[in-house]
Design a protein around this ligand. Sequence first.
Ligand code: SF4
Length: 354
Amino acid sequence: MSQTSLTPITGPSAPNFFGMSRERLRAHVEGMGVPAFRAEQVYSWVYQKHVRTPLDMTNLPLAFREALPGICDLELPETASVHKSPDGNTHKFVIRLADGARVESVSMRTPKRLTFCISSQVGCALKCSFCATGLMGLKRNLKAHEIVAQVVAMGEFHGWQDDRFNIVFMGMGEPLANMEAVTETIRILHDENGLNLGARRLTVSTSGLVPQIRELTKLKLQVGLAISLHATTDALRDELVPVNKRWPIAELLDAAQEYGRTIGRRTTLEYTLLGGVNDSLEDADRLASIARSMPSKVNIIPYNPVPGLDWKRPSKEAIDRFVERLLPKAPAVTVRHTQGGDIWAACGQLGGLS
Ligand code: SF4
């Protein structure tokens, strides 16, 4: 079809680019009478050359470039604010979505890598007792384009300097309660003609939705799985992570083991250390025993206090004592030394909240 016969949809009714897989974009442009290879070219401009301004996509015909904003929406949601930790390595982004809802994303730089923590829901229904996001309740699920846009916004902020960034679904919300958008996001991030993020660079964290873990296993997306354990007995986990009452620890570990076996990866056991609650030597011994029962690595996250909640961060001595007890007994242990506690405290899970 000739370029002049393009009939772009006007304004906001054009579907959002960032929620479309390459296949969907191909079908979409074809449906508008444009050859499918134009979709490939746009994908490459946006995700590989990091150009979002249609007129700058210089190998495309001018008429197509002019029509592009009406074919798909390439705008990112507004980044309302960016907060930097004192050491400069951690940034929290507050993103304002089209309906005015706000979500938060966090980038964290360590000597080895840059990691983006992204949100999957506005609020969260699961009400983990130490989590600021849980206090909000669930407002809504994010759409795939609103999740992908967080990655692009942080990539642009950092000037796409690091090609080797990792993504963790550990921000606001329970990712597996928004399965469709999260799995679509993973496919978009994977695309070899897109950002081409290997599965090993993606991790989905769950508080323990066992049926959805089993569903993810069947999809064989190869992404890493982190489970927000936080307690080694059902009695305590029922209190900290109420979804445990529905799917207790043994069922959760069984589903996680099956996932790990299927994709051939270790499961990350996230363990937020709460002062005087789950930081005893007996807790460390039970955690080590769970860690040894499956291919796993333990990630210890000393809690960052949240205004309005009574939980406390353990003392440095208590953290050291717990880790020293755990280290020789567990196969792999990392301790997250959070940077800029107030920044992390707002980010659903990575904020030391689960
Ligand atoms: S810790 Fe995660 S799953 Fe639990 S309430 Fe907060 S955001 Fe939801």
